[in-house]
Each structure stands twice: as C-alpha cells, then as structure tokens.
Design a protein around this ligand. Structure first.
Ligand SMILES: *Cc1c(COP(=O)(O)O)cnc(C)c1O
Length: 399
C-alpha cells in the first residue's frame, strides 16, 4: 500500500487532472480525514446518539451544519450523506413513495445515474420521465420541461446534471414545479462549489431540497449533504438516518466543516471565479484547435466537446490523452449518437493555473489528437507544466 500511495501521489502530481468531478483538497481536509475521528461510532444526530462518547464529535457535526447553513443561506443542512448519491436517495425517500413519477434530465443528455438509470435504485423504484436539451443549441428547453410536466404530472422535478455547462435557471424550474404542484429538487453536485464562491446562481432560494456533493468544485472530502427549509428538515433527517444510512462518518463530517470554513473565505471566492474564467479560456482555445464545444462555451467549471474534427472519436481521444497523462472523461453529447469529451478546470485551478496555462493545455490536446507530436515529447511537456504548479507545494503538510 505504501507503493500504491506513492504511485498515486506521483500520478496526481505529474499529470493534468481534467476530470470535471475532481479536485485537490487542502492539507487540512486530508489531515482531518486521516485522523482518529475515523474511529468514532455516531449513529443519530448531535445530542441524540445511539452511542456513548459523542460529546466531542457532536460539536464537529454542529459546526459543519452551521457552516453549511451560513455558506449557502439555508435554514437546514444535513451533512451526514456518505456521497452525493446517498444525498439523492435520502431526498427521494423524504419526498416520494415507490412508483411515483419524477421528471429529471434524461441520462443521454447528462442526467446522473440517480436520475432514473435502470441500473440504479432510482430507475427501479420510481417512474422517471426524462427531459432533454435542444439538439441544435445544447441548451435546456424550458418549454419542453413544462410540456412534459403538464402531460405527466410528476410528484417531483429534478434539475441538475453531470455535464450541462451552462447556468440552470432555477426560477424557471420553480415556476414549472408550481404549475403542476411538484416538489423541486436541485441536484447541485457539480455547481455547489461555484455557488459557495458566488460564481454561479444558488438553487437554495428556489428548490424545496438541494442535494450536493462536497468533493467536486467545493474541494472538501468525498461526501454529500442536503439543504432544505425548516418544514422539510425533520423528514430529510429521518430519511438520511435511519432510513438510508447507519453511523455517521465523523472524520468526513469534520473534514466537511473544514472545507466549508475554507469555502467561506475571499480566497475561495477568487478561486471559484478563476475556475470559470479558466473553463471559458479552455473552451475558447479548444474551439480554435477545431473542437466543437457544446453550447459554444461554458458558464461553469466544465465543458463538453466533440473531438471528431481532430480525427479521433471520444474514446480514442481519451486514450491518446491518457498516454500523455492528460486525464479526462468521455460523456454523452446532446445531438445523439456520438460521444464527446468532458473537461473541468477545478483541479488545475487549485494548482494555480490560469488562462495562459489553459491555452497551453488546449494546444497540447490539439497536437496530441492530430498526431502532430511525439508521445514522449508531449508527456514531458505535461510533466513540466504540472511540476510548475504542484497541487501540494509544501509537500502536503497542513498549514
Ligand atoms: C457526482 C454527482 C452525484 C453523485 O455523487 P457521488 O458522490 O459520486 O455519489 C449525483 N448527482 C450529480 C448530478 C452528480 O454530478
């Protein structure tokens, strides 16, 4: 395992991590995650646990919830979900009964597995109806969402995606939900970190429930959370524990408190805005290389692109880029059959890269995909760029 740790640290710090869901947490977050808080059993909630000895970890959970409430101006925060998927499961459990109809973005357009995949609990237990995007513009088609809502009368509408690069109009979704008397659930797993840094609109004033992850742009430990108003607080809490989960992971909850504290700083605000500026710069530079960017650009930390004009399909492109340690995902594209590439700037921005580095990365991607440069040469250039921007400059010791 020591060799594996060393190998993974080497991989993360010598390549370019463009997986849109990833980031580099701070040394303080890592320190709390790897602390003896991991030893504590804590079923239940602060002040009402099923185990003794929870006085100290209760403070950690209260702190995490209070910081989340302040950061997102939410009346209630449940910080126990082990993951984004657990947060969604608990939200459905709080609001729905098996067999209920739910309207969410279809998986071929960027819906998450928890938005009705037949391989997931959501698709087995609920009747999901999928909305799409306009095939020409790649933009959400709110008129289509309203028409589907009126035709199918869902109990809940889910907005949120794994690959939609533009801001979501939460007020428009609220109007549609009100029109048909449905709950509005925002699955803000991806943009919640931008919301924390004031670089994207917040779903909190509009959605009945907001589910999110804490490990994407938000830069905390792997985990989830649920935000809601006071009316739904008790139902959400009971849905997280004891319905969906057992003992709370106190090391992760304490690490969430650290991340929320970090996200409330002016430095994080600057970070979130730079993440978006970098994604825009990357989209522009990849367009100049010949890629077709869905919706023509991005408002967020991620973009999706069709690489076929450069001579590779998405799967081949991902493999060729992996060979030079440029790491990214393939994803569905709105106009149907072909798959595309999904790139995000959260991790490279944490490393301190800015617009000039985005131009270099796009040029490297273009050269690799067109077969214009030798793999060894490109790998060396990636290594050099990463070495100039180490993710843990002080070697990873907490500040
Ligand atoms: C990432 C993501 C999730 C799930 O998060 P996990 O922590 O991987 O379970 C749920 N919904 C959306 C929209 C996501 O992007």
């Amino acid at each position: 395992m020591a060799d594996i740790l060393a190998g993974e640290i080497e991989r993360q710090s010598t390549g370019l991590q463009l997986v849109a869901a990833e980031n580099f947490t701070s040394p303080a977050v890592l320190a709390v995650l790897g602390s003896p808080l991991a030893n504590k059993y804590a079923e239940g909630y602060p002040g009402a646990r099923h185990h003794g000895g929870c006085e100290i970890v209760d403070v950690a959970e209260r702190t995490a919830a209070a910081r989340a409430q302040r950061l997102f101006s939410a009346s209630h925060a449940n910080v126990q979900p082990h993951s984004g998927s657990s947060a969604v499961l608990a939200t459905y459990a709080a609001l729905l009964r098996p067999g209920d109809t739910v309207l969410a973005m279809g998986l071929p357009f960027g819906g998450h597995l928890t938005h009705g995949s037949p391989a997931n609990f959501s698709g087995r237990w609920f009747d999901f109806v999928g909305y799409g995007v306009d095939p020409d513009t790649g933009l959400l088609d709110y008129a289509q969402v309203l028409a589907l809502a009126r035709a199918r009368r869902p109990k809940a509408i889910v907005c949120g995606s794994i690959s939609y690069p533009r801001h979501i109009d939460y007020a428009a979704f609220r109007d549609i939900a009100d029109d048909v008397g449905a709950y509005l659930i925002a699955d803000a797993a991806h943009p919640i970190g931008l919301v924390a840094g004031d670089a994207a609109p917040s779903p909190v004033p509009y959605a009945d429930v907001v589910c999110a992850t804490t490990h994407k742009v938000l830069r905390g430990p792997r985990g989830g959370m649920v935000l809601c108003g006071t009316e739904l607080a008790e139902r959400i809490d009971r849905a997280v524990f004891p319905f969906a989960q057992g003992g709370a992971q106190m090391h992760a909850i304490a690490a969430k408190a650290v991340a929320f504290g970090e996200a409330a700083t002016p430095a994080f605000r600057g970070y979130a805005h730079q993440v978006v500026a970098n994604a825009r710069a990357l989209a522009k530079a990849l367009t100049a290389e010949g890629m077709v960017i869905t919706t023509g650009g991005t408002d967020t930390h991620l973009l999706t692109a069709d690489p076929t004009p450069l001579g590779s399909d998405a799967g081949t492109a991902r493999g060729r880029l992996a060979a030079v340690a440029i790491v990214l995902d393939t994803c569905a594209l709105p106009h149907g059959a072909t798959r595309g590439l999904r790139l995000g700037t959260a991790a490279v921005t944490t490393q301190g890269m800015r617009e000039p580095e985005m131009a270099l990365i796009a040029a490297l991607i273009g050269a690799v995909l067109r077969g214009e440069c030798d793999v060894r040469q490109a790998r060396a250039e990636v290594r050099e760029l990463a070495a100039a921007h180490p993710p843990y400059p002080g070697g990873g010791e907490p500040a």
